[in-house]
Every structure is written in structure tokens, then in C-alpha cells.
Write a protein that binds this ligand. Structure first.
Ligand SMILES: Nc1ncnc2c1ncn2[C@@H]1O[C@H](COP(=O)(O)OP(=O)(O)OP(=O)(O)O)[C@@H](O)[C@H]1O
Length: 259
């Protein structure tokens, strides 16, 4: 059996909110004591309705958010409380693809500049190789090199997501959190992006945690499925087992709702 690339143990993140100055505090258990592993080379789907805690889980793994409890292991290294300086070399190995590219692709930068950014930050290639590497990345995601001079608004939604994917693979990661990467796209384009992710996984030997609220997408791309409900993982298992023989009532309802 493949080794785990990521281990999540008893992870929690609670948000304290106060709707107004006078109202009492409310605690939202966005992620509530979850544990799971992602094995090398697999695509683990994380599914659940809106607000179930999927994005918070992804952000905790990326350490974009600080957890309240629990621990995270990447390749058996405990990264839970690792300082940013130490995390730096690991950062390039763990990447994220977001749902919306408008938050991540600076509209004032050309596609070439956007791809140069991660290459420079993480010193992936030497200065003289930058231009070639940008062209190579564009080709890997199915875009022609001529797109280098364009700005994000000159591309279609699908093309922009390809640039988002190119930025993620620029640092030669081993593990990518794909957070609803096709949800903002037309159905006709969704399949193309999913197939691109599958091709890249194979050619670059990647592992994905694939977050989606769409069971059809999860069914298409994932090997295993974890079902999240109200901050907890209520079921996890091989894709066909979970889909054909769901044990949890919430999973059963989720599956029935799309049949
Ligand atoms: N920064 C925050 N402050 C307060 N509450 C938050 C914050 N981020 C998330 N939440 C709350 O935590 C819960 C989980 O949110 P999260 O975005 O992780 O869910 P999700 O399953 O990814 O939903 P969606 O598919 O709609 O993005 C929700 O109730 C959300 O409102």
C-alpha cells in the first residue's frame, strides 16, 4: 500500500464571531477534530455541502490558517508548528489551485510575469532559463507560448484556470490542494480542466486533495472520497465503496440527490 504523503490528525479550527457589538459570541466549528491521510499518488476527494468546512481544511493544510488543535504531517515531517523560515522549502512542494483566478492572478501582470513570480520566489531555474521555463509551463497546461504577453482579462475562464494550474506546478510540487478548481467554469470546459489535471498528475507524479461540492466531478476524478458534514468527516473510503454502499445517512442523501 502507498505511503501517506499527508497525515491530518485531530485537526480543528473554530471561528468566534459576534454579529454585532451587543450580541453574544457564536463559535463556528468550521473544522472539528478531523483525521485522515492522503496516500502518495492518489486523488482524495473532499466533498460536502457549502459551509461544511472543506476550504478551511484546505487552508489549514496549506498553513494559510493556523489550526486550534491537532497536527499535520507532510512526508512524515510534523509541519504543524513549523516556522515560516523552515516551511519555505516545503512551501514549493505543497501548492493550491483556487476556484477563482481573479483573487490570484494580478490583472496588471502579464501571463509571463505571473508565471515568472513563483519561479523567482523559489529559485526553480537559473536566470537564463526563465524564458524557456515560462514557455514550457504554458505548453504543459495546453496554452501557446504567445499567451506570455497577454493579460488575464484577455483570456477565457478556462484559459485563466490553466494559468492558475501552471503557477501551481511551476514550483514542481508533490502535493496540490485543488479547491473547487472547475466550479466557476462552464460545464463544457470543466471536463477539459479535469483531464488536464489527470494528465499532469500522471506526468508529474502528483498527489491531489480535490475539494468539491459536486459529486459528479468527484466521481470522475477521485480514487477515494472523504465526506464532510458540519466540520467533521463522516465517511471515508474507496470511491466505488462510498458511492455504491454509503454507510452514513448524510452520504446516502448526498448520493440520492444527484441520481
Ligand atoms: N474567516 C472566517 N470567519 C468566520 N467564519 C468562517 C471563516 N471562514 C469560514 N468560516 C465559516 O466556517 C464554516 C466552514 O466554511 P468553509 O468555507 O470551510 O466551508 P466549505 O465547505 O468550503 O463551503 P463552500 O463550499 O461554500 O466554500 C462556515 O460556516 C463558514 O461560514
Amino acid at each position: 500500500m502507498a505511503e501517506a504523503i499527508l497525515k491530518v490528525k485531530n485537526l480543528s479550527k473554530h471561528f468566534v464571531i459576534r454579529k454585532s457589538f451587543l450580541s453574544s459570541k457564536t463559535i463556528i466549528k468550521a473544522v472539528d477534530n478531523i483525521s485522515f491521510e492522503v496516500k502518495k499518488g492518489e486523488i482524495l476527494g473532499l466533498i460536502g455541502e457549502s459551509g461544511s468546512g472543506k476550504t478551511t481544511t484546505g487552508n489549514l493544510i496549506l498553513k494559510l490558517l493556523k489550526n486550534d488543535n491537532g497536527s499535520l504531517f507532510f512526508n512524515n515531517i510534523n509541519i504543524t508548528d513549523m516556522e515560516e523560515k523552515q516551511m519555505r522549502s516545503l512551501r514549493k512542494e505543497i501548492q493550491i489551485i483556487f476556484q477563482h483566478t481573479h483573487g490570484t492572478l494580478d490583472p496588471k501582470m502579464t501571463i509571463g510575469e505571473l508565471l515568472l513570480e513563483p519561479l523567482k520566489i523559489h529559485r526553480i531555474v537559473s536566470d537564463c532559463e526563465y524564458d524557456n521555463e515560462v514557455g514550457r509551463l504554458l505548453e504543459m497546461v495546453g496554452l501557446s507560448k504567445s499567451n506570455k504577453e497577454k493579460f488575464p482579462h484577455q483570456l477565457s475562464g478556462g484559459q485563466r484556470q490553466r494559468v492558475g494550474i501552471a503557477r501551481a506546478i511551476a514550483t514542481r510540487p508533490k502535493f496540490i490542494v485543488c479547491d473547487e478548481p472547475v466550479s466557476a467554469l462552464d460545464v463544457s470546459v470543466q471536463g477539459q480542466i479535469l483531464n488536464l489535471l489527470l494528465e499532469l498528475k500522471k506526468s508529474l507524479d502528483l498527489t491531489y486533495l480535490f475539494i468539491s461540492h459536486d459529486l459528479k466531478v468527484i466521481k470522475y476524478i477521485c480514487n477515494r472520497i472523504a465526506v464532510m458534514y458540519k466540520g467533521q468527516i463522516v465517511e471515508i473510503g474507496d470511491r466505488d465503496e462510498v458511492l455504491n454502499n454509503p454507510q452514513n445517512e448524510y452520504t446516502q442523501n448526498l448520493i440520492e440527490s444527484i441520481i
